[in-house]
Design a protein around this ligand. Sequence first.
Ligand SMILES: [Zn+2]
Length: 248
Amino acid sequence: MAAVRTLGLVVRCHEVFETSLVATVFTRELGKISGLAKGARRLKSPMQGGLDLLSVSDIVLLHKASDALDLVTEAVAVERFAPLRQDLASLYAGYYIAELLSDLTDFHDPHPKLFDAALVTLRHLGEAPLRSRRVLRFELACLRELGLMPALDSCAHCGADVLAEGDSFAFGLATGGILCANCRTGQPHVATLSGQTLRTLRVLNSPGNAWREPKFGSGALGSVRATLGAVISHHLGRRPKMLPFLGA
Ligand SMILES: [Zn+2]
């Protein structure tokens, strides 16, 4: 049973027994892990604070074979995202990011780029003007990294190019993205996206800095919020608990 040291973001934590915790940590190198931290709630525990929700911690883990929980033997917080604790909107957005990492990823399936994207997002959630765009960009990064990204440029069913000039588009939640005029009939769970919503989604999903430009109306961001919420709910099989707490 070898000890492994890794950097991880605590995405869920619950109390067990009298003084212990079970923490779910999205680590950079090992992916999501869940570990028992014995005595972590004792007053003078060396792990004090190292397993707080939304802390980035340097943790040491003893990996147990089979289905047994791993053991967390050390946890020292190295980053705490103080601005998240200063207003509720930032904190709720932070909890939403933790929920996505906890519930959309698989155990022991590392995604270092997603880990890095989560940290960059959490560091800037305190800045109100771009907060909702940063959350949307993070959701898109999640979907891309986990292979769940809906098609935005070509038909999800036949692959034909779909030009963004139109007024409205069919979006197949179950098919996995936009649908051309030939494919929309007969597909299950088809929603309608306005042209503005699709164009906004494409900009938010692009590299570079165009997503920061203040040219989207709040209506466009609100419909992107609704669309991505529906996509993520579809993949989770339920609505994320923190979704209703995000401002549009
Ligand atoms: Zn098609």
